[in-house]
Unconditional design. Structure first.
Length: 203
């Protein structure tokens, strides 16, 4: 009953209240990133949701679009602005996703929505992460986030799918708050973001 009904009801109510409460922070960050990123404070990208259905995820844009002489985007570390770095470290870049939760694209808790191009790379086990709505935070995030391997991430995602409960979701929320304050697992060692998934991870 919780997984199929109450989880969605709680998501909608909490996300709506959260967005209202955080609206001043939302406005301040939007203004800061507007100037830092040349008038582009938001980042929109297609991501697969429940059942692999594609939706547009909304995030704060933490990197600018600077390119080299050949027109190629500079490395992530060079495009990460000071404002963007702060927003990323404090996880404020996730606030706009409350809109995705309100719309029903996402849940507060669930496997993180990854890139569309990863869909054909998943094996049967990994693809099970799409049996539920993706989340703003999840079991993999509180157990390492970007600092763990893809295999570990998928194993955590599938474990969550098999063990969804109200108690587990509350635990993940509390662990997420702790992670945010301690700023743990923001990126893999030596990288601003986690390395791309290639499909070569073994089970």
């Amino acid at each position: 009953m919780y997984k199929n009904f109450f989880k969605r009801v709680i998501d909608f109510i909490v996300a709506l209240l959260g967005f209202v409460i955080l609206s001043p922070v939302f406005l301040i960050v939007t203004i800061g990133l507007f100037f830092a990123n040349g008038g582009k404070p938001f980042f929109f990208q297609s991501r697969p949701g429940k059942g692999g259905k594609i939706f547009k995820i909304i995030k704060f844009k933490t990197m600018n679009d600077k390119r080299d002489a050949e027109g190629k985007l500079l490395p992530d570390a060079e495009r990460l602005t000071p404002v963007g770095a702060f927003v990323r470290k404090t996880s404020l870049d996730e606030i706009p996703q409350l809109i995705n939760v309100i719309r029903g694209d996402m849940s507060l808790i669930g496997p993180r929505p990854l890139l569309v191009e990863y869909l054909p790379l998943y094996n049967t086990h990994q693809a099970r992460r799409h049996e539920v709505r993706p989340g703003i935070t999840g079991w993999a995030q509180v157990n390492g986030r970007n600092a763990i391997s893809w295999k570990q991430k998928f194993d955590y995602d599938v474990w969550y799918v098999d063990n969804i409960s109200f108690v587990l979701d509350v635990k993940i929320i509390l662990m997420t708050i702790k992670k945010v304050f301690k700023r743990e697992g923001i990126s893999a060692e030596g990288h601003v973001t986690i390395e791309p998934f290639t499909g070569n991870e073994t089970m």
